[in-house]
Design a protein around this ligand. Structure first.
Ligand code: SF4
Ligand code: FES
Length: 367
């Protein structure tokens, strides 16, 4: 396919800032965070939204860090809405007051995704490294429901909170969410550093999967539940990002355009910036997007595998982290010669006592 024939991405994740009042040890942000002084100014983000719309993108996710620490968020949401883009806010809910939330709703926000760390308040605040966060989150969820906006709860689960999965599902119902995403930690960024502290055992995973299946049945029509399983216990990889450079792009606070949030860990890839090239040109032509797009780059066993246009060879960043080569078949796949590593790591790390968390520290002012 020639670059101009490449269909546009469905969605763009705009990481407006890496500043955040929480310090979750599984944050998907890179270990080297962009400082506030390197963040794109408002006028550049407005231009990026224009370019996203012209490219044919349908949805924009305002994310971070914590996107509500950007004082221009209302302006960005309003502009995106004017362009006909579907706008989603991905937030901790811990750095925003009611007036600000109402201004965002007025600006045309379409949907809110709120993260929770746990249902146990002490544990939630230990994991997020922010005392007082839970009450703020619950209050924020109430504002969202009162505004009539649809609410999704994102619950990231791991060995230190999985026992309370039923209570997390109940909390999502009590908060009036229409969707719950139960996502086992994926090991990139800070989570890779904290893997041993987060890795669930096979038994924990199986209990959680049964709890989700039972809740899906019980709550059909009231709460949709998405379930992201942990690769380390899998036999088939996920189609990471829907396939490299096929459906999504990420823009970092400083303006680099990435095929996925962890792509900067891959050595030798150069990422174009929205400061230097139009978004459409980056999507279609940048070397980083073309590197693993499609199937031509694949080695065996992917090259001749029937699943190659289903999972697109899994995750390049995970292949790099566990085999030392981003070109390798994702070791989450049972056909990978490295597959045994994952099961062994999961078994060993989940059985040992969890080490202390290494927190992601780059704080933002609390409102
Ligand atoms: Fe997917 Fe490659 Fe495994 Fe086949 S061999 S299932 S394409 S990761
Ligand atoms: Fe980078 Fe999966 S996180 S390809």
């Amino acid at each position: 396919m020639s670059p101009e024939d490449m269909p546009p991405p469905l969605a763009a994740l705009l990481e407006l800032t890496h500043r955040c009042p929480l310090q979750c040890p599984y944050c998907s942000n890179p270990l080297e965070l962009d400082r506030a002084r390197s963040e794109l100014p408002t006028e550049t983000w407005l231009r990026v939204l224009d370019e996203a719309s012209s490219l044919g993108i349908l949805q924009v996710h305002f994310s971070g860090g914590e996107p509500t620490v950007r004082r221009d968020l209302e302006e960005l949401v309003r502009h995106a809405r004017t362009l006909g883009l579907y706008t989603n806010l991905i937030t901790s809910g811990a750095a925003i007051d009611r007036a600000r939330f109402e201004a965002l709703a007025q600006a045309g926000l379409d949907h809110v995704q709120l993260s929770i760390q746990d249902v146990d308040v002490g544990e939630a605040e230990r994991i997020g490294g922010y005392s007082g966060a839970q009450a703020r989150k619950l209050t924020f969820a109430a504002w969202v429901r009162e505004s009539g906006l649809p609410l999704t709860i994102n619950a990231v689960v791991h060995r230190q909170n999985l026992e309370r999965i039923d209570a997390m599902i109940d909390l999502a119902v009590a908060l009036g969410a229409t969707r719950l995403e139960v996502a086992h930690v994926q090991y990139y960024g800070w989570a890779l550093r904290n893997r041993a502290a987060l890795m669930p055992s096979r038994e924990q995973l199986d209990r959680a999967t049964s709890a989700v299946e039972a809740a899906r049945e019980r709550l059909a029509g009231r709460l949709a539940i998405d379930y992201v399983v942990p690769d380390y216990h899998a036999r088939r990889p996920k189609a990471c990002m829907g396939g490299w450079g096929r459906q999504f792009l990420n823009i970092t606070p400083a303006g680099k355009v990435l095929p996925c949030h962890a792509a900067e860990t891959i050595p030798g890839l150069a990422f174009d910036s929205v400061l230097d090239r139009p978004l459409a040109e980056i999507w279609q032509e940048s070397a980083a997007f073309r590197k693993f797009r499609g199937t031509a780059w694949m080695p065996e066993p992917c090259r001749s595998c029937d699943y190659r246009e289903i999972d697109w060879g899994g995750c390049r960043c995970q292949a790099l982290a566990l085999t030392g080569s981003a070109e390798a078949t994702d070791p989450a796949c049972a056909f990978s010669p490295h597959h045994a590593i994952m099961g062994l790591l999961a078994e060993t790390e989940s059985r040992a006592p969890p080490p202390p968390f290494v927190y992601r520290r780059m704080s933002a002012p609390r409102s």
